[in-house]
Design a protein around this ligand. Structure first.
Ligand code: 0L1
Ligand code: MG
Length: 262
């Protein structure tokens, strides 16, 4: 039987993040029988620690939203985590490779809510009606686990590998775009690394927000006006290296970019 508390595990994962040191997945030794529900309790402790350190939540993020990733992890439902204010990098800014363990980047659409959304049974159409704006985003994920080697509960406890995010400066009303078809190209140093359409995210990025609202409802929580929500990768996640210039172009939403320094 495990004697380590959720708070201690959260502290262990947060220390790995702060020290930029990868660790063995927690299900290999600390909590071998960890299930999804308990993993979210560890994530809650991690969120509390970050709030205690003075950071504030920008909004939740959805992860593992592509069919390929869900198949790879053998799951039928995506996962969520939280983005904090200290994770936001300005558009066109530079990140330092030394602040990460093994960062990867993926292109996403972010939703900025104009109204609260409370599950259950929320649909994509209801999400679109409650959304003020959408904008392009580049999410930088950085699992705290060695070689991104984790099970589903491990990655949930680790705040869904959240690390940094760059939001683009172009905002549009969702009705001005066809988010199902929104073409997205992710390039590094001018070379296309991956591409996709909005439908790669659960058929439509709004479905991702709807699913999130319904998942949060199970815990008695809701999405609130003003939150900025990352809906999940339209492209796959690509490893970053020193000197990279990363850009994503999303049809009708313009470009978002950043550079990788030392
Ligand atoms: O944002 C994401 O889809 C990443 C979720 C966690 C899985 C990973 O680290 O690859
Ligand atoms: Mg993501």
């Amino acid at each position: 039987m495990s004697t380590i508390s959720n708070k201690e595990i959260a502290r262990f994962l947060l220390d790995a993040e702060l020290e930029r040191k990868d660790v063995v997945r927690i299900t290999s030794d600390k909590v071998p029988n960890l299930n999804v529900e308990d993993a979210y309790l560890i994530q809650e402790e991690l969120v509390k620690l970050k709030l205690k350190e003075g950071h504030s939540i920008v909004g939740p993020k959805m992860g593992l939203t592509s069919l390929a990733k869900m198949k790879q992890m053998n799951v039928e439902e995506p996962i969520y985590g939280y983005i904090f204010d200290n994770m936001v990098v300005p558009d066109g800014g530079t990140i330092s490779l030394s602040d990460f363990i093994h960062p990867k980047v993926e292109a996403e659409v972010a939703f900025i809510l104009g109204k609260d959304i409370e599950g259950p049974s929320i649909s994509g159409a209801q999400v679109l009606a409650a959304t003020e704006y959408v904008c392009p985003a580049l999410e930088i994920i950085d699992s705290r686990y060695e070689n991104f080697n984790f099970t589903l509960p491990d990655v949930i406890a680790d705040n869904a590998s959240s690390s940094k995010v760059v939001f683009g400066n172009t905002v549009r009303k969702p009705e001005e775009l066809d988010l199902e078809l929104i073409g997205t190209v992710l390039s590094i140093n001018g070379e296309i690394k991956d591409l996709g359409a909005g439908a790669a995210v659960l058929g439509h990025p709004a479905n991702s927000v709807a699913m999130l609202a319904n998942m949060l409802h199970r815990k008695g929580e809701k999405l609130t006006a003003g939150q900025v929500i990352l809906t999940g990768g339209i492209t796959g996640a690509v490893h970053l290296s020193y000197g990279d210039y990363v850009s994503a172009k999303l049809d009708g939403l313009g470009e978002v970019h950043f550079s990788v320094g030392e």
